[in-house]
Design a protein around this ligand. Sequence first.
Ligand SMILES: NC(=O)c1ccc[n+]([C@@H]2O[C@H](COP(=O)([O-])OP(=O)(O)OC[C@H]3O[C@@H](n4cnc5c(N)ncnc54)[C@H](O)[C@@H]3O)[C@@H](O)[C@H]2O)c1
Ligand SMILES: N[C@@H](CCC(=O)N[C@@H](CSCO)C(=O)NCC(=O)O)C(=O)O
Ligand SMILES: [Zn+2]
Ligand SMILES: [Zn+2]
Length: 379
Amino acid sequence: MATQGQVITCKAAVAWEPNKPLVIEDVQVDPPQAGEVRIKILYTALCHTDAYTWGGKDPEGLFPCILGHEAAGIVESVGESVTEVQPGDHVIPCYQAECRECKFCKSGKTNLCGKVRAATGVGIMMNDRKSRFSVNGKPIYHFMGTSTFSQYTVVHDVSVAKIDPKAPLEKVCLLGCGVPTGLGAVWNTAKVEAGSIVAIFGLGTVGLAVAEGAKSAGASRIIGIDIDSNKFDIAKNFGVTEFINPKDHDKPIQQVIVDLTDGGVDYSFECIGNVSIMRSALECCHKGWGTSVIVGVAASGQEISTRPFQLVTGRVWKGTAFGGFKSRSQVPWLVDKYLKKEIKVDEYITHNLNLGEINKAFDLMHERGCLRCVLSTDI
Ligand SMILES: NC(=O)c1ccc[n+]([C@@H]2O[C@H](COP(=O)([O-])OP(=O)(O)OC[C@H]3O[C@@H](n4cnc5c(N)ncnc54)[C@H](O)[C@@H]3O)[C@@H](O)[C@H]2O)c1
Ligand SMILES: N[C@@H](CCC(=O)N[C@@H](CSCO)C(=O)NCC(=O)O)C(=O)O
Ligand SMILES: [Zn+2]
Ligand SMILES: [Zn+2]
């Protein structure tokens, strides 16, 4: 039965309130309006940022909402004036849009895009400033412009990357967030050179992807730091050459690293979201040139600090969103790299469940051995 132009009723996991189990509801998904695309989501993974917003730590977190931003699917229908995708296309929704026309997109200096950000930050679509989701007439907010914990979602056309249909959607869904973020933090934001010494704080999916990026950039030493010592065995496969558990040391971790590296590392990456570790990550950098990249997302109200002297003496503090990748242009390129076996993806997937088991998937995020859990939306 043709669904184009019709409201679709499907299953979605609704977060009614922070920290309360998600509820699988029959959700009404409106047809896409001008400049919008309705996507049948087939696979979605969970990222730590979903847990962060669900946990009430996100100043932009609005409830009730449909979370999820690391997914892949097939275009079901498109609204007026959508030219770059059509029904049947295989796509990855992108929380970081790319309109190619705004001040940000044209700057050549950033991957951030200003076209729809004001709407996606408040859980609505730009065209009529309303949501396309409802449950029994009650509107449900969008999340990050993607809302992938649903069998169908509606996104802005500037937030859709069309990918090679040969790519397995159950794997490349990961290219919607964590893996590109880590690779891009190294390749685009830090621009790590061959021979560099790199420190990575936090060896989840994002930190491991940083390791993979650093290895491919030719880093000479890749030091992984995590409070979970089991992470080292996994991390070796992604390029980590040395492991430090801060719990094994009395000295501040930045001092331990400075002592181990003849004055500090060339590049460090914070992949946890902990502001005190962000300080350590900056301060373990070498005087004169060491650069630290903040990747982790810290809770509302948290602030970073250091002595300005750290910067006066040449250390550089940077941050990255989606690893600096231009989403619509570069996600298809990352998919092609995966198909050519030039980047890992499968190795980050430790669990597979279905959308109906999403609360179990959130629990798994706190368990040892869990990197990414991919949910099939086929309940
Ligand atoms: N900037 C971006 O575009 C972007 C994109 C994706 C994710 N993120 C953020 O990156 C962070 C990492 O995401 P993830 O999915 O890899 O998370 P994760 O929870 O899988 O990984 C975090 C790792 O940090 C370790 N850890 C926790 N506290 C620690 C401490 N005090 N010292 C050392 N290690 C510690 C954990 O053991 C775990 O291995 C999150 O904050 C997430 O929100 C940012
Ligand atoms: N609403 C949050 C923003 C958190 C944040 O920084 N998000 C990252 C992506 S995390 C993906 O897992 C990002 O892309 N930021 C840039 C942007 O949101 O435009 C908060 O306010 O803390
Ligand atoms: Zn994410
Ligand atoms: Zn733009």
